[in-house]
Ligand binder design. Sequence first.
Ligand code: G4P
Length: 297
Amino acid sequence: MNYQWYPGHMTKARRMMQENIKLIDLIIELVDARVPVASRNPDIDELGKGKSRIVLLNKSDLADEGCNKAWMRYFEDRGVFALEVNSKSGAGIKAINNLVQKACAEKIARDRKRGILNRPVRAMVVGIPNVGKSTFINAFAGRACTKTGNKPGVTKGKQWIRLNKSLELLDTPGILWPKFEDNEVGMHLAFIGSMNDEIIVMEELACDLLELLRELYPEAVTGRYGISWESDAGEANSMAVMLEGIARCRRCFLKGENLDLKKAADLLLDDFRSGRLGRLTLERPERQPVPEQENRG
Ligand code: G4P
């Protein structure tokens, strides 16, 4: 299936982002820990030139723990400050303050040399739609936060949240788009529910997910639905036959004895997205092409 899509409001979002980026020292980039590559923005290196950067592997509670560690190493090996977080529960959030100090060490030292002692680091949260930006800002800012109000001439009416004496956060996150012309990126985003399901043939999406899961986590499927890849999948281990197996197991029937494959597909996707199939990561660092060296900013 073709998973490419072209969101119309991208240009506006990009323009807003470019405007805001001038105001900040640090970019806090959220990615989805289950698909850390597909959920990254391809322009972020260019947009964030000269800025300090932190990558947060959000929704780490839904991703494979071993893979989270591997992705952390992947980013760290490339000189990128990274952290696993769960914005929903708040896990990992406290450690960010320390990381901010590390990521902005050069800027802080530069300020100090110039005699600027108490200027807080200004940060902006960025990420693709649905990656958890609002949830993260709420968790990070918490109840203790105070809006610092407008700062005419400096912030052009932007709202800043003062987190502590050394960190301010722009209260509106930057929305960025993934590499939507890449079919595999689109497919991975469709798996996690970041693409509108209404434009997707769910049975095909389910078959694509089954194919990937057979390779990465075969027992997650067999364990949950009590079907086996060999015997139930039939000739050529067809994923469609597997989906029929799920439909039978979950009693997804249309009128009569006909299987309701759409219902089975929705059920499988829902089980995956909500973590009921287990903590699964669909992208692996060792499969990535050797990327360019990334800057600390
Ligand atoms: P956005 O601003 O980037 O568009 O994303 P938003 O915060 O609205 O979050 C999108 C969905 O992801 C929300 O679920 C939110 O609860 C969930 N989410 C965010 N961070 C995490 C996380 O670390 N772990 C898990 N498991 N989920 C996370 P929703 O179903 O749209 O809303 P709700 O029913 O949870 O309120």
